[in-house]
Design a protein around this ligand. Structure first.
Ligand SMILES: [Zn+2]
Length: 305
């Protein structure tokens, strides 16, 4: 009896020690308050926090985001990877979505981020609290994630609970769990550390595909003249050139409108396992963004004269 009690106490201590880990950057009170905070008007009008029933995209990739802002769960038998946290107010929705799919937030081992704006990184601290997962981020966005606020652009001052970055990842480096390998692609411009992610995936028929989750390269109201951060214009152009060389037939992104989520989702729910296979989509998107970027740069240069 005494021996049993001792084992119980020891295992309780072990669990306690594991759960403690490195300290979080945001307190429970800060995360709770941010989850309950009223939504900014733009968030409501753009449907950034409007719930959407989660669904399988292809293979082991699931959509767990909102009507308009993407979040993806990539599953493996040994743990999962979650890409993006959407808004602070969205974290409970994402946790519920993961549960509705039959998975457990506590099995998420790694949190990844496309970029450190409040509408894609805001929920990460709450998701880190719920999962205990390691946050993996680029050097360029780390300071923003850990400050809970970006220093430039229209969302400067839009504070979100800061998330502790456990590992800094560079271009071409990977995050691996249970046979899943996510490759980081540095695609800066939209933010200094904007990161796209790719992975190999097999569809329900076993056919191999490559998925690419684009970070975004829209200008989105940021100043290019003068640059919002040093090297911003060169970063955008290098990103367009880099993405041009990338071959992926499953194009995903962090805003639904970027990749036609609504129509593809309808086809997927109707039973098409390859609804998200769209061979030219990534390059069409990249070309359209490049054109829009050069047009906006020329406009800002003309205004500055
Ligand atoms: Zn953004």
């Amino acid at each position: 009896m005494r021996r049993f009690a001792l084992v119980f106490i020891l295992s309780a201590l072990t669990v306690g020690a594991a759960a403690a880990g490195p300290p979080p950057l945001a307190s429970d009170a800060e995360i709770d308050a941010a989850e309950r905070a009223p939504l900014p008007a733009i968030v409501v009008s753009m449907k950034w926090n409007e719930p959407l029933a989660p669904f399988n995209v292809i293979g082991n990739i699931y959509y767990v985001g909102t009507v308009e802002v993407g979040a993806y769960l990539v599953t493996s038998p040994k743990g999962h990877i979650l890409i993006d946290g959407v808004l602070p107010q969205t974290a409970p929705q994402i946790i519920a979505n993961i549960h509705a799919l039959g998975f457990d937030i506590r099995d998420v081992k790694f949190l990844l981020n496309s970029h450190a704006h409040f509408d894609h990184a805001g929920g990460l601290a709450g998701l880190q609290r719920a999962s205990g997962a390691a946050m993996v981020a680029s050097a360029g966005d780390r300071a923003t994630l850990e400050a809970g606020e970006i220093a430039y652009g229209p969302s400067a001052g839009m504070h979100f609970p800061p998330v502790r970055v456990d590992r800094v990842i560079g271009d071409g480096e990977t995050v691996e769990v249970g046979g899943v390998t996510m490759v980081a692609h540095m695609t800066p411009g939209h933010t200094a550390g904007c990161t796209s992610w790719s992975l190999k995936v097999a569809d329900a028929d076993g056919a191999p595909h490559t998925a690419f989750i684009h970070c975004s390269a829209t200008v989105a109201g940021q100043s290019l003249v003068p640059e919002s951060y040093p090297g911003m214009v060169a970063d955008y152009r290098a990103t367009f050139a880099r993405v041009r060389k990338f071959d992926a037939d499953v194009f995903l992104a962090n805003h639904a409108g970027f990749f036609g989520l609504e129509a593809k989702r309808a086809r997927r729910l109707a039973g098409d396992v390859d609804a998200f296979v769209d061979t030219g989509a990534l390059q069409r998107f990249n070309a359209a963004l490049e054109k829009a970027f050069e047009k906006e740069l020329a406009r800002q240069q003309a205004n500055a004269k």
